[in-house]
Design a protein around this ligand. Structure first.
Ligand code: ZN
Length: 311
């Protein structure tokens, strides 16, 4: 079987774009003297001459005040402030980037730990020159959904490379056995959320690994309880038919209620050739999301398929 490397990265970006983004992040870290983690976003903003403000969709005064200040500073950011509010509400934006004012605005109601990712994401938009043509208001609507999706993926990729300090995270992760305890340690080290740490840890795996960000397996109410299904490149290639709902139903069988560690069990999944592989599934609830990490434990020699009458 040939394993030609796909021309797209795990994040769905083409490799040249990913390299370009990474070199811009490298420049920032080098200009900051390649500091050890955690990365200070105050320092990044200072370096990039970015300004940060907060708004609240439920408190229009706060956003209007921000827009007013920018107008006073002679920066015509938005012709109609009310329109900005409409956009924020309609798109349910948690953060936004105003290129004219070099200003990042973050929803003040976002939990603190999520604000950091939101800020990293907006810094991502700010460092990619081809994102500067996008302004909120009229122009955002002229972006095709595919283009908007690509811009979001690019900003997320930049945020990941920045907040996890390029290869530093991979190096530190390699010193631990992959599991929730390692993610918790590195979460503290890099001062990022456990969710974004899980995401990164799966993406950088060269082996077979996956992650789920979902509703609580014992308290889910919606028809689509899985918010994100993250897979390493190797997992994508070898286990293309494993679905997020298959994994979710699996964790529903063994997880307990409540917060913290919800359960840890070995489960089997079939690869592209029909061979059965064992994965250790570890599930943790952080108060917002349920996080599942699946790590390959080896190929099973016994077949899982039980024929009728042979049980
Ligand atoms: Zn964005």
């Amino acid at each position: 079987m040939t394993t030609r490397r796909p021309s797209v990265s795990a994040q769905g970006l083409d490799r040249n774009t990913a390299r370009d983004i990474d070199s811009r992040v490298a420049r920032i870290l080098s200009d900051l003297g390649n500091p050890p983690p955690p990365l200070s976003l105050d320092d990044v903003r200072l370096l990039l001459k970015l300004d940060r403000g907060y708004y609240s969709a439920t408190d229009p005064n706060l956003l209007q005040e921000v827009v007013h200040k920018l107008t006073l500073a002679g920066k015509q950011v938005i012709r109609e402030p009310r329109r900005l509010l409409d956009v924020v509400r309609r798109l349910d934006l948690k953060a936004l980037w105003l290129p004219d004012g070099r200003r990042i605005l973050i929803d003040s109601e976002l939990p603190d730990i999520k604000k950091r990712w939101a800020e990293g994401h907006e810094i991502g938009h700010s460092i990619l020159p081809w994102h500067q043509v996008v302004m909120l208001g009229d122009k955002i609507r002229t972006l095709s959904p595919q283009c908007a999706y690509r811009f979001e993926s690019e900003a997320n990729y930049a945020a990941g490379r920045l907040l996890f300090m390029r290869e530093e995270f991979r190096v530190q992760l390699g010193e631990h056995e992959l599991g929730i305890p390692a993610l918790q340690k590195l979460r503290k080290e890099f001062q990022n959320s456990l969710t974004s740490t899980l995401w990164r840890a799966v993406e950088v795996q060269e082996g077979y690994a996956f992650g789920l960000v979902s509703e609580h397996p014992q308290e889910s109410v919606s028809a689509r309880p899985v918010r994100h299904f993250i897979r390493s490149e190797a997992f994508c290639r070898r286990f293309p038919s494993v679905t997020e709902m298959e994994i979710y139903r699996d964790i529903q069988r063994f997880c307990r209620r409540g917060k913290g560690p919800l359960g840890k069990e070995e489960r089997a999944f079939l690869d592209v050739d029909g061979a059965s592989h064992a994965f250790v599934l570890e599930v943790f609830h952080n108060g917002y999301d349920t996080l599942t990490l699946g790590v390959h434990a080896g190929e099973r020699t016994q077949t899982l398929i039980t024929l009728p009458g042979q049980e």
